[in-house]
Design a protein around this ligand. Sequence first.
Ligand SMILES: [Mg+2]
Length: 351
Amino acid sequence: MSRTEISTLGEFGLIKHLTQDLKIKNGTTKYGIGDDCAVLQYPSEKQVLVTTDLLMEGVHFDLTYMPLKHLGYKSAMVNLSDIYAMNGMPKQMTVSVALSKRFCIEDMEDFYAGLKLACDEHGVDIIGGDTTSSLTGLAISITCIGEADKEKVVYRNGAKETDLICVSGDLGAAYMGLQLLEREKKIFESQQTSPNGAPTEAQPDFAGKEYLLERQLKPEARRDVILKLTEAGIQPTAMMDISDGLSSELMHICNQSNVGCRVYEDRIPLDYQTAVMAEELNMNVTTCALNGGEDYELLFTVPLACHEKIQEIKEVKAIGHITKKELGCALISRDGNEFELQAQGWNPLKE
Ligand SMILES: [Mg+2]
């Protein structure tokens, strides 16, 4: 594989090289890359949504098993997911990268290939960013801008008593994928340090676990779900995306909405592979679904009157309901017992 040092292009040369074939897709993008600022123009009936995310190597991602193309794709997706979580549509993105000497031009081409793929799939313009050097590794900062009609924006604080709690897709698989990758990494590393120094041919065995890897390495922001809800005329009362785990996100919605909730263990959507992997690791699959992060599914509440409409959307499942605040937040287990929900979500600032 060829390796071209970044110094051969320099910072400006690198940005030009990576962004030269970008074509503007949105009318709201008046000017993209090439001047001191990008220029946007949104019609006055729209509200503009802005979200930003900082990803650090060794904290948020591990390049041992995360290919750079996937990292580019995932970095974009986590931001797109936040725009959808406000019931908006993403339109523009800025991408800033700090990289150490370990990285070459081909690496950045791979990263950008993933980024562009995600932006093409979601109709988003890359309108700017910055590239600089880092002493320790790779850092990625992405800002995404989107739009929504004023009356369509959905906050976390609108859930009302008796509302249905819904989630899209299934939960816990990305976390199981991470456990799988971490396990194989440890096996790989122990082989590398074997005392006889003989080369080992052992390849990780991911057969039958492809879905878990895909969920960890190539998550998909749920544009499709937002479009289905709009099509069905459903306006969620509260919504957020599940990045830290269902349990902690539910508590965010309940705290901000000043309500309580009941969710039913037997209604939490799980994939078969998630259940198999949890058993293999001796973990409780419900705990994984409640506290495992990075699902990037949507968690939202709708008025009870939307029940039938929700049942018709196959990507979405009702898992419980909103209650009075005094009742707290609880999970009803398969055998009918109540457990208070705890936010054990993934938080890098908390030990
Ligand atoms: Mg979010």
